[in-house]
Design a protein around this ligand. Structure first.
Ligand SMILES: NC(=O)c1ccc[n+]([C@@H]2O[C@H](COP(=O)([O-])OP(=O)(O)OC[C@H]3O[C@@H](n4cnc5c(N)ncnc54)[C@H](O)[C@@H]3O)[C@@H](O)[C@H]2O)c1
Length: 332
């Protein structure tokens, strides 16, 4: 992966902090930064939902540092930001159902932790702060495709935490003259996304089921649709959001990060089944509370603001992800 560089700048003297860097998206970003010889790449992660295995390949690299720590601890955030130029803040408790079950835990990590990181980044005078928001912010907005300025009411505690991040980001950019940009991710998938635990996402769950010849569950009738986005596109977005010149009119704002295509869960399962050579059907069960029916992004703001241009569509992304899954979990 990452055969194409998404940046033109020399990053050999720049230092990066990736919070949540032992998680799925964060570890992919770390892989990219080290591949292109970033001066320093520091990860801050409490391993609550990430894995040491995800950063194992980087531990020998002298440019890599790992801090096992929690973003809800102010001092840890300050230490992590020391000597850093660019922050990519990915650490959070993901998942709508997790937040429905335990809203306080999601708020603590996603809001208190986020605010701690913003304050630490401000005090360390970092050059730019890029953070992960979510398409869940669109909530009950009926508009399709989703445009950044047309949000509805959030439908879950998780979505509220991400909306609060956006509000803080805007205020910090204006009040403290910081450079900040939020990325509203739309269903990112790819290598290192975990198929385990009660809050695993659909693509790794389907892949694991197909490889084990088991029937996966589909929530609702499967006709809900999503703008599934391969992780390499999300890494491109992070790199460009961190390094591209940022127009002041975009500072403090958010941009959609997706492909701009829509696939239903039924179609997705069919692609994964075909790719894995399975004939098993899914088991349908009740819809999940807090879920939105359709999601499709307008990505023109990201194109205009940072030159984001997704390069890998869903079919190719599924192929790469399947290969990785087979190797990591099923090669004996
Ligand atoms: N994957 C998606 O489709 C998607 C969609 C929208 C938004 N997001 C957001 O993108 C970011 C990355 O998501 P991901 O899919 O890589 O999730 P992930 O769970 O794989 O990664 C998140 C990482 O953050 C770490 N973390 C959680 N709480 C922490 C804390 N208090 N202190 C330190 N580290 C902590 C976890 O251990 C984990 O390694 C998250 O902010 C998530 O909400 C992801």
């Amino acid at each position: 992966m990452y055969q194409t560089a998404f940046h033109k700048n020399d990053i050999s003297k720049s230092s990066f902090l990736v919070t949540g860097g032992a998680g799925f998206i964060g570890s992919n970003l770390v892989e990219y930064l080290l591949k292109y010889n970033a001066g320093k790449v520091r990860v801050l992660d409490n391993l609550s939902n990430g894995f040491k295995e995800n950063i194992e390949p980087f531990l020998e690299n002298p440019s890599f540092e790992f801090i096992e720590g929690d973003i809800t601890d102010e001092a840890t955030c300050h230490n992590a930001c020391e000597g850093i130029d660019f922050v990519s803040h990915q650490a959070a408790l993901g998942s709508v159902p997790r937040s429905v079950k335990n809203p306080q835990a999601s708020n603590h990590a996603n809001v208190t932790g986020f605010l701690n990181m913003l304050v630490a980044a401000k005090e360390s005078k970092i050059k730019r702060f890029v953070y992960a928001s979510s398409s869940s912010v669109y909530g009950d907005s009926p508009h399709l495709p989703k445009k950044e300025e047309q949000i509805g009411n959030q439908l879950s505690p998780y979505a509220v935490t991400k909306r609060v991040n956006e509000l803080y980001a805007d205020v910090f950019a204006k009040t403290y003259q910081m450079e900040i940009l939020g990325l509203r991710y739309f269903n990112i998938f790819g290598p290192r996304q975990s198929p385990t635990g009660p809050y695993a996402a659909a693509i790794p769950l389907f892949m694991a089921a197909v490889l084990k010849q088991e029937k996966p569950f589909i929530n609702g009738d499967g006709e809900q649709s999503r703008d599934f986005t391969f992780v390499e596109n999300a890494v491109q977005a992070n790199i460009k959001a961190l390094l591209a010149p940022l127009d002041q009119s975009g500072n403090g704002g958010v941009i959609n990060i997706a492909v701009g295509g829509r696939t239903t869960i039924n179609e997705l399962f069919k692609i994964i089944k075909q790719s894995g050579g399975s004939y098993l059907d899914a088991i349908y069960r009740d819809e999940r509370p807090g879920d939105i029916k359709h999601s499709l992004a307008d990505i023109s703001k990201a194109k205009n603001l940072i030159g984001y241009e997704p390069t890998i569509e869903i079919g190719k992304g599924i192929e790469i992800t399947f290969q990785w899954f087979r190797k990591r979990y099923f090669s004996k």
